[in-house]
Design a protein around this ligand. Structure first.
Ligand SMILES: Nc1ncnc2c1ncn2[C@@H]1O[C@H](COP(=O)(O)OP(=O)(O)OP(=O)(O)O)[C@@H](O)[C@H]1O
Length: 451
């Protein structure tokens, strides 16, 4: 039989099965909205409270004697919940799948029963529903415009859908994507659509400060904590209280601070530098990285337990290179931001071809910079190949821009992207492109004949 770790046995002194079973019934009376259940030494369900039935939609009759994984359907549960290894689980955030397919955010607490010979003898588990918030019902198109996350690509539409879902919970989110793919925009959208939107969104890049300064920035310090600490300093956890703390480049968080962050996630408590008593915080943590954190764990640079805490919901942002159909749309959006009045400059077909051929290692940030550069260089009416930054001019052998008619300024790519954006509504697409409907129809016909 698997042995419980001596540390747990020493601290918890163990809960016997008989004690646990009556405790479970008591907790389910006191906390009728929580799911309370017990498992035997084989992790088969032995008690399932009415609250559990209400929360997850499974009845006791169908679950008794079944593996706990039948009712606790989630990625972390499949990996192992830690109950056998550490004897207890404290405030683990989970996203469970209910019997009816909907998801339910919970915080899980569990305590193992210890047999007389010190072995695992089952356990008592309590799942506390996380704040029941309605997912935002903002249509994806409006969500994308509200936060400037412009895209048509299926991958980005999935990201927008994820934002809508996770905003309704307090579950930690890890955003993975290369530099300039929009990680901070996604974090802001999650915050902005959540019930925390009235409280601050605070962001910090963990790669830019050394361990000492970062600790003081995150957790604050008290007067006299170190030379130069002439007054108390509120940390970001205090400033973000009630809101969202966005930790960018989380892979760079120094190892010694990883344990402190883990403590906040587990207990909501942290210790300002030099302080004697911990403070409580209520923040939602959203993290981002361009690195594979699993590799960082393997290399011994990142704590596995912290990874599991942070990566409850991962969101992946694709490189711009993998969604080039977004380029005309984003360019247009960037031009609109610069020109609030008057006609937008037209991007010539050759210039658009160069933009589409380029690899964009700096992703949308680089595209934004290129558009700003081109605007400075252009005559204000047309953006041509010669107006683009040099590295983009040479992305493919550019053809010379000789024509300057509006039709030639509109490439087939732009036309088709706009029509898709308008869900096939040619009148709207023509309006957004600044041409008449008949003209748009003629352009399309001519492009089709040329093809
Ligand atoms: N889909 C998009 N549509 C329009 N603009 C975007 C989009 N994605 C990113 N941007 C713009 O690109 C720039 C970089 O975005 P952001 O700072 O969110 O990227 P990031 O992934 O957090 O970058 P880094 O990792 O370097 O901090 C910002 O100006 C942002 O407004």
């Amino acid at each position: 039989m698997k042995q419980i770790t001596p540390e747990f046995f020493a601290t918890a002194r163990g809960l016997s099965r008989a004690q646990g079973e009556s405790l479970a019934r008591m907790i389910s009376l006191i906390m009728p909205d929580a799911a309370v259940f017990t498992v035997d030494q084989h992790k088969k369900i032995s008690y399932w409270s009415p609250g559990a039935e209400k929360l997850l939609g499974f009845g006791e009759a169908e679950l008794k004697g079944e593996s706990c994984l039948t009712a606790n359907r989630c990625v972390q549960c499949m990996r192992g919940c830690g109950l056998i290894d550490s004897g207890k689980v404290e405030a683990a955030p989970l996203l469970l799948h209910r019997n009816d397919g909907r998801t339910q955010a919970v915080l899980k607490y569990a305590m193992a029963y210890v047999s007389e010979d010190g072995g695992f003898d089952g356990g008592l588990e309590v799942l506390i529903p996380q704040r029941a918030l309605a997912a935002t019902d903002l249509p994806l198109q409006q969500l994308s415009e509200k936060y400037g996350l412009i895209s048509h690509s299926p991958e980005m539409l999935k990201v927008l859908e994820m934002i809508r879902r996770v905003a309704a919970t307090d579950i930690p989110v890890l955003i993975r994507g290369a530099s300039g793919t929009g990680k901070e925009l996604v974090a802001k959208a999650i915050h902005g659509e959540s019930a925390r939107s009235h409280a601050p969104f605070v962001a910090i890049n963990c790669a830019t400060l050394n361990a000492g300064v970062l600790e003081s920035e995150l957790f604050g310090h008290v007067k006299g904590a170190f030379s130069g600490a002439v007054r108390d300093h509120a940390g970001l956890f205090e400033r973000a209280h009630g809101g969202t703390l966005f930790l960018d480049e989380i892979a760079e968080l120094p190892f010694e601070l990883q344990a402190k962050l883990l403590r906040v996630l587990e207990t909501g408590e942290y210790l300002p530098v030099g302080a004697e008593r911990p403070l409580q915080t209520d923040v939602r943590i959203v993290t981002a990285t361009h690195k594979a954190l699993r590799e960082e764990v393997k290399a011994g640079r990142f704590r596995q337990d912290l990874l599991f805490r942070l990566r409850v919901i991962p969101i992946f942002l694709p490189d711009l290179q993998a969604r080039k159909q977004d380029i005309p749309l984003i360019v247009r959006q960037l031009l609109k931001q610069q020109f609030t009045q008057g006609a937008l400059p037209q991007v010539t077909e050759s210039a658009m071809q160069q933009l589409l051929a380029y690899d964009w290692p700096g992703n949308v940030r680089e595209l934004r910079n290129a558009v700003h550069y081109a605007l400075v260089m252009s005559d204000g009416h047309y953006i041509q190949v010669a107006d683009l930054p040099p590295e983009i001019q040479t992305s493919v052998a550019a053809t010379q821009d000789t024509a300057k008619s509006p039709r030639q300024a509109l490439s087939a790519h732009i036309i088709e992207a706009e029509i898709t954006a308008c869900a096939g509504n040619l009148t709207l697409a023509a309006k957004r492109l600044g041409v008449g409907r008949t003209t748009l129809w003629r352009y399309r016909k001519q492009s089709a004949i040329k093809a």
